[in-house]
Design a binder for this molecule. Structure first.
Ligand code: HEM
Ligand code: HEM
Length: 331
């Protein structure tokens, strides 16, 4: 079978998968409308440790997407873009299911005035996920016509990032972005609802994985020098891009650390899949202060810095028309 035939066949299969995902978006709320999980106990015959399986699926999906996006062959990069789009639509589907649980309208008692923003924040983030999904489908369509072989090495080069940095950047980015709406939702689940602990296992496990990835990244940066910033940037843009990168490294460490300390001081364990990590800190009231950082201050700082990072990268690509700038990190 020729390369073009394989591509046409794959597109047909992917179109079916897309159609099935969209129909599940429409059908799932109706199917779940029978019982409200807020009041219902754990469904009978529920698969044990399904939270660890879902967590594993999320981590594998993030890594596979990151690997495919930076694959040498354009067909594989197209699959990476389609998988990234599917991840975005997955977030939208998850939100539709979450709406049906009733938790967004009847959340855990508010602890701080900022908590009143949570439903709006979730709506905003999910709309952004939907728009990104559609944009990624458009980019996938364009990439499917490309014949460019991406020739990169594992190590970073002077003008662009190598395979290892690219895969770690995109795996971390997908997981980090996923953690924000799911973290907000999990903090709204009232005590006693059966899937509260399931969400906690997922959130804490992925948080620890992000921390592990950033430690690996810092070690890798010492071994393989990071490329200098793109030469086409103006001096002010260089300063802003550099500051945003440093702040993002700080946030990738500070957010999981404050989450862990807040949890431990509150007397709860952390998790790594099935493994329960006991608290190494004595229980105490200071968890409120660490919670202020994890849940409010750092969360809003993430919106500002990450927003500037993504808007900066898009401006460089779409407005300044430096089409090679994005290619330093992907495709
Ligand atoms: C979908 C959203 C994202 C896009 C489009 C994006 C895009 C990029 C691009 C194009 C670069 C290369 C900049 C250059 O040419 O020097 C980069 C670097 C970087 N990104 Fe992202 N990024 C995203 C999400 C994230 C997230 C969520 C994080 C972390 C929380 C992050 C952290 C970083 C860091 C730390 C660097 C600098 C890498 C280094 O030099 O070591 N990015 N990003
Ligand atoms: C990069 C990693 C992480 C990110 C981006 C993240 C993000 C978030 C966000 C956005 C919230 C919702 C805050 C709110 O609006 O109330 C949250 C809640 C929470 N996070 Fe994290 N988190 C991370 C890592 C961790 C880790 C490692 C732990 C613990 C081991 C943790 C424990 C918690 C807990 C327990 C809550 C819920 C608090 C409540 O029920 O009110 N997080 N996180």
């Amino acid at each position: 079978m020729s390369y073009q035939n394989i591509l046409t066949q794959s597109r047909k299969h992917l179109a079916w998968i897309g159609l099935m995902c969209l129909s599940s978006l429409v059908l799932t709320p109706k199917a779940l409308a029978v019982t409200s999980p807020i009041s219902a106990g754990t469904p009978e015959g529920w698969w044990p440790h399904f939270e660890s399986l879902i967590t594993l699926a999320v981590v594998v999906a993030a890594f596979t997407t990151a690997w495919l996006l930076n694959h040498a062959r354009p067909r594989m990069r197209t699959y990476g873009l389609l998988l990234a789009a599917l991840c975005c639509f997955g977030i939208v589907a998850w939100f539709v299911v979450s709406l049906n649980t009733g938790i967004i309208d009847h959340p855990k008692k508010f602890q701080a005035p900022m908590d009143a923003w949570k439903p709006t924040l979730l709506w905003g983030q999910v709309i952004i996920a939907g728009i990104c999904g559609l944009a990624l489908l458009g980019i996938a369509q364009r990439e499917s016509n490309s014949e460019e072989i991406l020739d990169i090495t594992n190590e970073n080069e002077t003008g662009r990032y190598g395979r290892v940095s690219r895969i770690v950047h995109w795996t971390t980015a997908i997981l980090f972005i996923f953690m924000i709406p799911t973290g907000i939702f999990s903090s709204m689940i009232p005590e006693g609802v059966w899937f509260r602990s399931e969400y906690n296992v997922m959130h804490k496990t992925i948080g620890l994985i992000i921390f592990g990835l950033v430690v690996f990244r810092l070690i890798w940066n010492r071994k393989s020098k990071r490329p200098a910033l793109d030469a086409s940037l103006k001096p002010l843009e260089k300063k802003m891009a550099h500051s945003a990168h440093i702040l993002l490294y700080v946030l990738m460490i500070a957010v999981p650390v404050t989450g862990y300390v807040m949890t431990s001081l509150h007397g709860y364990p952390a998790f790594f899949f099935l493994i329960e990590i006991p608290s190494f800190l004595e229980k105490g009231g200071a968890y409120v202060v660490w919670g202020m950082f994890h849940k409010y201050l750092l969360q809003y700082l993430v919106y500002i810095v990450l927003g500037a990072h993504v808007i900066g990268a898009l401006k460089h690509h779409l407005i300044d028309k430096h089409k090679d700038a994005f290619k330093r990190m992907v495709l």
